[in-house]
Design a binder for this molecule. Structure first.
Ligand code: BES
Ligand code: ZN
Ligand code: ZN
Length: 453
C-alpha cells in the first residue's frame, strides 16, 4: 500500500489540472513540449506522456474537468509506465487526486494473478500521504471483504477478520456462537442463522478510552442470502455474497476510526449468519420472540436482515451510546428509489443528518436522506403476534425496513441507518465492478469533526 503514495519529489513531474487552466499551463512550456502536444493533437483534455529530444519520458500532463473530485484520476495510474511520479497540481486538489490515484490501483487479486500498476505518486507531504492511505486502506478492506467468495467469507471468517483487527488496534473482541446466542437471548440472530452448518454468531468489538463519548456501529453480516425458504430466484441470488456488506462497511469504518485514534469509545456489533435452507430453517408463519420482547411473525424469510439487526440494535443500546449507526444491504427497494450509486440513509436527528450530508459532499461520498414516515408502521400488523417482519404491500419497502428497525431503537437514541448497495454495478473511474464502500468516508468525516475537537 505504501508504494502507492510517498513524499518523494524526485519523480517524473505529473501535472494535473482542470480544463480551464490548460492555456496558462501551456504558455509556461518550452518549444519542444508545445510542438509535441501539437503534433500529437493533444486538445487539452486527458493524458499526454511527454518525451524529451532523446525520447525519454520527462513529464506527464493529465487534464480533467474536476480535479477536486475524489475519483477523477481513478484510471490514471493504470495508464502510466512503471516509476515514481511527482505531483504538480493546485495544493487544494492534492488530497482528492492522491485518493483517486491510490484507489484506482485497486484490484481484487486473491484468486487471480493480476497485473498491478507499479507506480508511485510523490506528494508534497508525508502527512497527507498517510492521511489519504488510511482512507484508501479502509475502502480496500470493505471491497476485499465483499468480493471474497461466500464459502471463504462465512460467519467464522468475519469473526477472524474482526479479531485480527482487534489485535492490531489493541481492542477487545468477544463473540457468541451457535446455541450461546439462545443462552444469552439473541433469538432472532439464531433463528435466521441456525439452518447453516456455519454457525450464527454475534461479534462484539470494543476499543478506546471508556471516558470518551460512545459511538456504536452495527453491520448486517448475512454472509450469503439465499432468501431462506422464501428462496430468491437465481438472478436475485447471484450477488448475495455481498449481503455481509453492512458488516464490511462497519469494519472498514472502525479501522479508519482506530487508525486515526479518534477520541471515541467505539463498539462494533456484527450479527453474522448465513440465510440458507435446511430442515430446521425458519419458516414463513413461524413466530420469534425478539431480545427486546416483541414477538415477530415471519411473513418472509428473505426479510432476514432486519431480524438479525433487531437483536443487535437492542443490545447496542445497553450502554447508552451517544450515537448509534447501522449499515446494511437491507432492501432491493432502496436501489429502485435511488439507483445503485447513491446510498440512502435514515436518521432520528435532523441536525446529524444534515451534517452527514454536508460531510459527504465535502469528501465526494454522497448520501441521501430518506424519511422515517411513521404512519407506515401500521403495515406491520400481525393477526397472531405483536408484528410481522414485513408488510404484505411491496411499496415503500426501504422505508418500511427502516421502520421495522426503529421499533427496536429507543426514542432517546440518536440513530442513523444506512441502506447500502455495497456493489458497483457498472465500472466507473476508480471503481471496478464488485464490492464497494458507500458512505464510510462521509460518516468518518462527520465523526472526526464532531469528536476530534
Ligand atoms: N439482502 C436483501 C436485500 C437486497 C437485495 C439488497 C438486492 C441489495 C440488493 C434482503 O435480505 C432482502 O431480500 N430483502 C427483501 C425484503 C422483502 C422480502 C420485504 C427485498 O428487498 O426484496
Ligand atoms: Zn433477504
Ligand atoms: Zn439480505
Amino acid at each position: 500500500m505504501n508504494q502507492l503514495l510517498n513524499a518523494n519529489n524526485q519523480g517524473i513531474p505529473l501535472s494535473i489540472l482542470s480544463t480551464d487552466n490548460f492555456d496558462s499551463w501551456l504558455s509556461q512550456q518550452n518549444e519542444l513540449v508545445r510542438t509535441w502536444l501539437k503534433q500529437t493533437q493533444y486538445k487539452g483534455c486527458g493524458l499526454s506522456l511527454i518525451p524529451n529530444h532523446t525520447g525519454a519520458l520527462t513529464q506527464v500532463v493529465f487534464i480533467v474537468e474536476t480535479p477536486e473530485h475524489y475519483f477523477s484520476c481513478g484510471e490514471l495510474a493504470k495508464q502510466l509506465p512503471a516509476g515514481q511520479y511527482s505531483l504538480k497540481a493546485d495544493t487544494k486538489h492534492h488530497e482528492a487526486i492522491a485518493f483517486s490515484w491510490a484507489i484506482g490501483c485497486y484490484q481484487f487479486d486473491v484468486y487471480k494473478t493480476v497485473e498491478k500498476p507499479q507506480v508511485t505518486l510523490g506528494l508534497a507531504s508525508q502527512t497527507l500521504a498517510d492521511k489519504v492511505l488510511k482512507q484508501v486502506e479502509a475502502t480496500v478492506l470493505v471491497r476485499d471483504l465483499i468480493n471474497m467468495p461466500p464459502a471463504d467469507m462465512m460467519p467464522e471468517h468475519l469473526a477472524q477478520t474482526m479479531s485480527d483487527l482487534a489485535e492490531q488496534y489493541d481492542a477487545n473482541m468477544s463473540q457468541l456462537v451457535g446455541d450461546e446466542l439462545l443462552e444469552h437471548n439473541y433469538p432472532t440472530i439464531h433463528a435466521v442463522g441456525r439452518a447453516s452448518c456455519h454457525k450464527p454468531r454475534l461479534l462484539d468489538l470494543t476499543w478506546g478510552d471508556e471516558k470518551h463519548p460512545k459511538v456504536t456501529l452495527v453491520g448486517k453480516g448475512v454472509c450469503f442470502d439465499s432468501g431462506g425458504l422464501d428462496l430468491k430466484p437465481k438472478v436475485g441470488m447471484r450477488n448475495m455474497k455481498k449481503d455481509m456488506g453492512g458488516a464490511a462497511h462497519v469494519i472498514g469504518l472502525a479501522q479508519l476510526i482506530m487508525t486515526n485514534n479518534l477520541p471515541i469509545r467505539l463498539r462494533v456489533l456484527v450479527p453474522a449468519v448465513e440465510n440458507v435452507v435446511s430442515s430446521n430453517a425458519l419458516r414463513p408463519g413461524d413466530v420469534v420472540k425478539t431480545r427486546q420482547g416483541l414477538t415477530v411473525e415471519i411473513d418472509n424469510t428473505d426479510a432476514e436482515g432486519r431480524l438479525v439487526l433487531c437483536d443487535a440494535l437492542n443490545e447496542a443500546q445497553n450502554d447508552d451510546p451517544e450515537l448509534l449507526i447501522d449499515f446494511a444491504t437491507l432492501t432491493g427497494a432502496m436501489r429502485i428509489a435511488l439507483g445503485t450509486e447513491l446510498p440512502g440513509f435514515f436518521s432520528t436527528n435532523r441536525k446529524i443528518a444534515n451534517d452527514i450530508i454536508d460531510a459527504g459532499e465535502d469528501v465526494f461520498d454522497p448520501v441521501w436522506q430518506m424519511p422515517l414516515y411513521q404512519p407506515y408502521k401500521e403495515l406491520f400488523k400481525s393477526e397472531i403476534a405483536d408484528m410481522t417482519n414485513c408488510p404484505t404491500v411491496p411499496q415503500g419497502a426501504a422505508i418500511c425496513a427502516a421502520l421495522y428497525l426503529q421499533y427496536f431503537v429507543d426514542e432517546k437514541t440518536d440513530w442513523l441507518h444506512f441502506d447500502v448497495m455495497a456493489w458497483n454495478n457498472r465500472k466507473l473511474s476508480g471503481r471496478p465492478l464488485g464490492g464497494e464502500a458507500f458512505g464510510i468516508r462521509a460518516v468518518y468525516t462527520y465523526l472526526a469533526s464532531r469528536f476530534n475537537a
